[in-house]
Design a protein around this ligand. Structure first.
Ligand code: PLP
Length: 423
C-alpha cells in the first residue's frame, strides 16, 4: 500500500506543489514530455557525492568501475571528482580517452585482453593493468619495447572465497574464468613470473570477491583470505575490487561506501596489511543516481490472475530482471507520494515472454494508458548492458543538476540502426 520509499531515489529528489518528482531541480514529468521515453535521468549531485565519498574513503585507491555506466560525461565527472576509472575492454578505454581522462588515471581489466587492446594501453600509458592470465603476461612480454617504461601491473587472483549478498562463502574450488587460482599455485607462479620480468612493474594484488554484497563483514572475511595470501609478497598495493550492494526495493538497506571502507581498513589493520587499499565500486556510485521513465502503452487485465502494464522499453534498457531475476519498484512520477495499492506486472515491448521489468510492481489505483511510469535505482548495469534487440532504439540519457537538464546521450534514431549495415 505504501508510497515509494524515498531512500530509493537520488540524493536531490524532491516533490513539487503538483506532487511531481523533481530531481536535480528538474520536474521529471516535464523531462519525460520534452525528451520522450524511455529516458534515463541521472542526478549529477548524487554521482558527485558518491565519488567524493569513495575518494575520502580510499584516497588514490578509489576507482570507478565504468562497466556500471559509461559515457563521456560520466567519465569526465568521475575523473573531475578524483576517481581513477576501471575499464575492462578497448571500447571502455576508448570512451574514457575520448572524454579527456588522462591514461594515467585508468585501470585496465579484462580476462581476455587482445594484443591490440594491450598495445593501445601501453602506447597511451594506462596507470595500471590488472593481469588476468599467463597468456596476458606473455603478450605483455612480447609487446615490451626496450626504453619504454614497463606498465605497472596488479596480478588478479582467485582466492576461492566469495562475499555473497548476505554471506561469506568459501567455495573451496576456483571455477572461474577470472584471475590466477590461489589453491593450485598458479597465483604464486604468476607473481614470481611478473616479479622477474623486465616487461612489467608488479605493484600489487587484486581480487574481486563479490557483487551486490550487503554485509561488510562478508567483505572483511574475504579480505582476510586475500591479505593472507598477499602478505609474503609485500607489494605496495592491494585491490579488493568492487561489489558493494545497493538497495533496489523496499525493505533493503546497504552499507555506505564509508562504512564499507572502514570495515576494510579495520580488517587490513588487524592483519597488519600496510599496502595501499584500492576499491572499484561501480553500482554503489551510480545505481541510485538514476531513474528510468517510461510511457504506459497497453494495459491488459486478466481478472483473477494479474494486470500487465506494457511500456515503451524493456529488456533492451534493463536486462537485469531477465538476467539475474532482479527486483525493482515502480511508481508514477506525477504522483510520487501517492500510495500504491495496485499490483501490476511491468513488461516491455519485446517479442519475448520473459521481457519483464518488474514482476510485482505497485502503482496508484488510477493508472492509464499515456501515463508516465518509472523504475528507480536503474543507474547501474541498465544503460550499459542495454541492447538493440528487436531493433528497439536505445534511450536517451540526461544529467540533471541545479534545475538544468543536459542531454549526454541522445536517443538513437532508426538511421542509427543502419550505420554498420552495409546493405
Ligand atoms: C573486477 C571488478 N571490479 C569492479 C566491479 C564492479 O562491481 P560493482 O558494480 O558491483 O561495484 C566488477 C563487477 O563485475 C568487477 O568484476
Amino acid at each position: 500500500m505504501t508510497a515509494l520509499p524515498w531512500s530509493l531515489l537520488p540524493d536531490t529528489a524532491a516533490v513539487d506543489g503538483d506532487g511531481h518528482l523533481v530531481i536535480g531541480g528538474c520536474d521529471t514529468v516535464r523531462l519525460a514530455a520534452e525528451h520522450g521515453t524511455p529516458l534515463f535521468v541521472y542526478d549529477e549531485a548524487h554521482i558527485r557525492n558518491r565519488c567524493r565519498e569513495a575518494v575520502a574513503a580510499f584516497g588514490p585507491g578509489a576507482v570507478y568501475a565504468s562497466k556500471a555506466f559509461l559515457c563521456r560525461a560520466m567519465a569526465r565527472l568521475a575523473h573531475e571528482e578524483g576517481m581513477a576509472i576501471d575499464v575492462s575492454t578497448g571500447g571502455e578505454l576508448h570512451v574514457c580517452l575520448e572524454a579527456g581522462v588522462p591514461a594515467e588515471g585508468l585501470v585496465f581489466h579484462g580476462n581476455n585482453k587482445s594484443r591490440n587492446e594491450l598495445r593501445r594501453a601501453l602506447e597511451v600509458g594506462v596507470g595500471r593493468i590488472i593481469v588476468d592470465s599467463f597468456d596476458e603476461l606473455d603478450r605483455l612480454q612480447s609487446l615490451h619495447e626496450p626504453g619504454r617504461r614497463p606498465p605497472r601491473i596488479l596480478v588478479r587472483v582467485t582466492p576461492g572465497v566469495e562475499a555473497h549478498t548476505h554471506r561469506f562463502v568459501s567455495t573451496g574450488q576456483d571455477d572461474s574464468k577470472f584471475g590466477f587460482t590461489v589453491s593450485s599455485g598458479a597465483a604464486t607462479r604468476a607473481i614470481e613470473e611478473a616479479s622477474s620480468s623486465s616487461a612489467v612493474d608488479l605493484v600489487g594484488i587484486h581480487a574481486h570477491i563479490g557483487s551486490q554484497v550487503f554485509r561488510v563483514e562478508s567483505f572483511a572475511e574475504a579480505l582476510r583470505v586475500v591479505a593472507d595470501f598477499a602478505k609474503p609478497f609485500d607489494l605496495p598495493e592491494l585491490s579488493i575490487g568492487g561489489g558493494l550492494g545497493v538497495a533496489y526495493v523496499e525493505g533493503e538497506s546497504a552499507p555506505s561506501i564509508t562504512e564499507w571502507a572502514q570495515a576494510m581498513k579495520d580488517a587490513a589493520q588487524a592483519l597488519g596489511v600496510t599496502a595501499q587499499l584500492a576499491a572499484e565500486p561501480g553500482r554503489a556510485i551510480v545505481a541510485q543516481a538514476a531513474i528510468t521513465l517510461y510511457t504506459v502503452g497497453t494495459i491488459k487485465q486478466l481478472p483473477g490472475i494479474r494486470t500487465y502494464v506494457a511500456v515503451d522499453g524493456g529488456m533492451s534498457d534493463n536486462p537485469r530482471p531477465i538476467l539475474y531475476g532482479s527486483g525493482y519498484e515502480t511508481f508514477v512520477p506525477a504522483r510520487v507520494n501517492d500510495h500504491r495499492p495496485r499490483v501490476i506486472r511491468l513488461v516491455g515491448k519485446h517479442c519475448e515472454s520473459g521481457d519483464v521489468l518488474v514482476l510485482e510492481g505497485r502503482v496508484p489505483e488510477a493508472l492509464e494508458v499515456g501515463d508516465f511510469i518509472a523504475t528507480p535505482v536503474t543507474g547501474a548495469y541498465g544503460h550499459s548492458m542495454g541492447s538493440n534487440y528487436n531493433k528497439v532504439l536505445r534511450p536517451a540519457v540526461v544529467f540533471v543538476s541545479d534545475g538544468e537538464a543536459r542531454l549526454v546521450v541522445r536517443r538513437e534514431s532508426f538511421d542509427d540502426l543502419l550505420i554498420t549495415d552495409l546493405g
